[in-house]
Design a protein around this ligand. Structure first.
Ligand code: VGL
Ligand code: ZN
Length: 201
């Protein structure tokens, strides 16, 4: 067991990101047993859940003439348009049935603002609106974060980089993550995380 300054952050292991889901990540379900096992070694376990209202502005369906995986320009910058996914209260937004959610100290939901997407567990995509996770971790005295989950190149990447920028020591267990890999986004995410001092193992 690691000491009380370590937390495991499990990013978005939800049905819509697993095979058969609306935004399926290849092999997204394969990481579940390993994540459950890893929980045993951590005194703190935090789960994140992508949790969009219906009609969220990151959905291509809200942008006439746009298809999923195309880009648009939002007030806060460029944004990938996604298929409708992880709509609040739906089965697609639920955690994978085999994920051990009993062990979670905290479940943090993100992407709830209809106007702003949120990949990171710390800040929405405007890079300024906090989710509150930083305060939770700091008040518990947590300094070291191990991250796993979906998708490597989006929510894991943004969460890991934000955590490193905030001064947490971060490692990402790559074998317990899976990627969407849109136009080389996995390679870019690896480089980006490493450049901010995230340890990739
Ligand atoms: C995610 C795209 C849209 C993720 C969430 O969890 O990586 N990706 N919403
Ligand atoms: Zn989303």
């Amino acid at each position: 067991m690691r000491d009380a300054t370590h937390a495991l952050i499990v990013i978005d292991v939800q049905n819509d990101f697993c095979p058969g889901g609306a935004l399926a990540v290849p092999e997204g379900d394969r990481i579940v047993p390993g994540i459950n096992a890893l929980m045993e070694a951590f005194p703190a376990v935090i789960l994140t859940q992508d949790w969009h209202p219906a009609g969220h502005s990151s959905f291509a369906s809200q942008h006439p003439g746009k298809a999923p995986m195309e880009m648009t320009e939002m007030p806060y910058g460029p944004q990938v348009l996604w298929p409708d996914h992880c709509v609040q209260g739906t089965n697609g937004a639920a955690f994978h049935a085999d994920l051990n959610t009993t062990r979670a100290d905290l479940i943090i939901r993100k992407g709830t603002n209809p106007a702003i997407d949120s990949y990171s567990a710390f800040f929405e995509n405007d890079q300024t609106t906090p989710t509150g996770l930083e305060g939770y971790l700091r008040t518990r005295g947590i300094e070291h974060l191990t991250m796993v989950g979906l998708a490597t190149d989006f929510c894991v990447n943004f969460s890991a980089v934000d955590a490193a920028k905030l001064g947490f020591a971060v490692d990402v267990r790559m074998e317990l993550c899976r990627a969407i890999d849109l136009n080389g986004s996995l390679a870019a995410a690896r480089d980006g995380m490493a450049s901010f001092g995230v340890t990739l193992t």
